[in-house]
Every structure is written in structure tokens, then in C-alpha cells.
Design a protein. Structure first.
Length: 289
């Protein structure tokens, strides 16, 4: 038996013995045609499969027209984004727990901002289908890397939420005004009332983006890979912008369960001047590739 297959058989047997599908990570026997060396590509067990939505290559309008929104959302520009995929749902507590059990992720930070109380989902068995929160951007990156993915860029995130057919302000149809059945949010003016915690992921299917991505507004803010600079929109390249050079601020997108509809707008970005270890009860993430 070839060495690669012997290694695969041993790894699979060990995982089966432990009855842990999380640890079934197989090595590909493919060979690099240039070097002749084996290529080892992570392949995750089907038990860990997470539905991803393909976002086709093409242009979309990012930002807010002059005179609307915040200055950091302007100018509105037409950008071209290459094809990519993004998770249909936010990463759940159950998803993240598998990574912790596999030894590839660390537990959410109960010392993070507002993370020691009832709003931290990690400590509740009945919130396994809620988005994991109280994770830093470093922890989010580790999780995505474990699955051979990455965090989306700010531009990718907005295209997946906005689509390319119109200039909608929210993920759902532009003919629909914000409402409690479209996003997990807190807005007394809309009759949503106070929310003590997040919602199960995917609980608001009518709020789906044009591509079918859910919870792009509300539930938890989501980490993206970019740093933040208020004047970046005017300076960004027109094709696949990756964000400004390193600054002191990070960006989260999409609003949270504790925010009113105003902060669920697709162009709105919340910047955090915090270290990369910063965790917050209102922040979670999803992955792309």
C-alpha cells in the first residue's frame, strides 16, 4: 500500500475509534505537475459540510449616494468582484464547538465585552443553532482556515448581501420596508420590542439576500477581513478591493439583534479601534472561499 494511503487508513481508523467525525481530515494523493511532489489538501468530513452560496463574478454598487448615510459609506461606486462562495448562514455554536473539540479553535472569550452574562451563546445548550458570539477576528480566522476557507472581504460581504441588480438598502426586496419578520433586531418603532439574545440562524427566511444568503441584516455583526479607513471608498481599486493598508480599526458588517433597523443598512459599517483579540457579545462571523 502506498505511504499516503497507509497514513489515510491510520488516520481514519483513529477517528472512527474515537467516534469523532470532526477529525476525519484526509490527505489528497494528487501530485503537483511542476514539482512532482504530493499535494496535501484538507478535505473535511461530509459530517461538517456547511452550505455555501456561489456568488458570480460581476459588478455591483457599493456604498451610499452623496447626501445619504454616513461619510464613510461614500462615494457609491461600481466595483467588479470575482466569483466566490459564502456561507449561507452565520457560523453557529454547534459549528464552532466541533472546531474546539478538534483542537483547532479556542473557546469563545467570556472576558470579552458583555460576554460574561446571559447573552453569550456558548454556555447555553438550547442555543446550539444560534450564531457563535464573543469570538475575536483571530478566532474567526482560525475557524475558517480549519475548513479551508477565509473571512470575506468587505466588498464581497456587501455584494453577497446586496446583489447586482439594484441599489437596495437592505438584503431583502427593495419593495419591502424593514420589519420584525425580516431580521433579528430590536426596534420599538417597528414593534419588534427588546431582544434578550440572538435568534437561531436562518430564522428569518423572508430577509434573504438576492442570492439566498440569510441573516445579512441583524442577529450578529460579522467580522470581515478588511481594516477600516473612512476615506477608503474613494481610493479603493475597482476590482476585488482588499481594504486599506493596516490601520488601528477593524470592520464588522450587518447589524445585530440589539440594533434598530437604521444599523441594518447594507452600506453601514461599524469600525472597532480594538486589538485583534477583541471579542464582543454582538459579533459573530461567516466564512467565504
Amino acid at each position: 500500500m502506498r505511504p499516503q494511503l497507509l497514513a489515510l487508513a491510520a488516520l481514519t481508523a483513529a477517528s472512527c475509534a474515537a467516534n469523532d467525525p470532526v477529525k476525519v481530515v484526509m490527505a489528497s494523493p494528487d501530485v503537483d505537475p511542476k514539482t512532482g511532489r504530493p499535494i496535501s489538501t484538507p478535505r473535511i468530513s461530509p459530517a461538517l459540510a456547511v452550505e455555501m452560496i456561489p456568488i458570480p463574478a460581476g459588478p455591483f454598487s457599493r456604498g451610499t449616494p452623496d447626501g445619504q448615510g454616513d461619510t464613510g459609506e461614500q462615494p457609491r461606486r461600481r466595483l467588479f468582484i470575482s466569483a466566490f462562495e459564502i456561507d449561507r448562514l452565520e457560523v453557529t455554536v454547534a459549528d464552532y464547538r466541533r472546531c474546539v473539540e478538534a483542537g483547532r479553535c479556542t473557546v469563545p472569550d467570556k472576558e470579552g465585552l458583555s460576554c460574561g452574562g446571559d447573552e453569550m451563546n456558548w454556555t447555553y445548550e438550547d442555543r446550539r443553532d444560534h450564531p457563535v458570539n464573543c469570538v475575536s477576528i483571530l478566532q474567526a480566522r482560525d475557524y475558517c482556515a480549519w475548513l479551508g476557507k477565509r473571512l470575506p472581504t468587505k466588498a464581497e460581504w456587501e455584494k453577497a448581501a446586496r446583489g447586482d441588480k439594484d441599489d437596495r438598502e437592505y438584503p431583502w426586496s427593495p419593495s419591502l420596508a424593514p420589519a420584525c419578520d425580516l431580521a433579528c433586531m430590536q426596534d420599538d418603532d417597528l414593534g419588534c420590542g427588546e431582544r434578550p439574545s440572538t435568534c437561531p440562524v436562518g430564522a428569518h427566511p423572508r430577509g434573504a439576500s438576492p442570492y439566498g444568503v440569510l441573516d445579512m441584516a441583524g442577529n450578529v455583526w460579522e467580522w470581515v477581513s478588511d481594516y477600516y479607513a473612512e476615506d477608503y471608498f474613494a481610493q479603493a481599486v475597482e476590482r476585488d478591493p482588499q481594504g486599506p493598508a493596516q490601520t488601528s480599526s477593524r470592520v464588522v458588517r450587518g447589524g445585530s439583534y440589539d440594533d434598530v433597523a437604521l444599523y441594518q443598512r447594507l452600506a453601514y459599517r461599524f469600525d472597532l479601534e480594538e486589538p485583534d483579540t477583541f471579542a464582543y457579545t454582538y459579533i459573530g462571523f461567516r466564512c467565504a472561499r
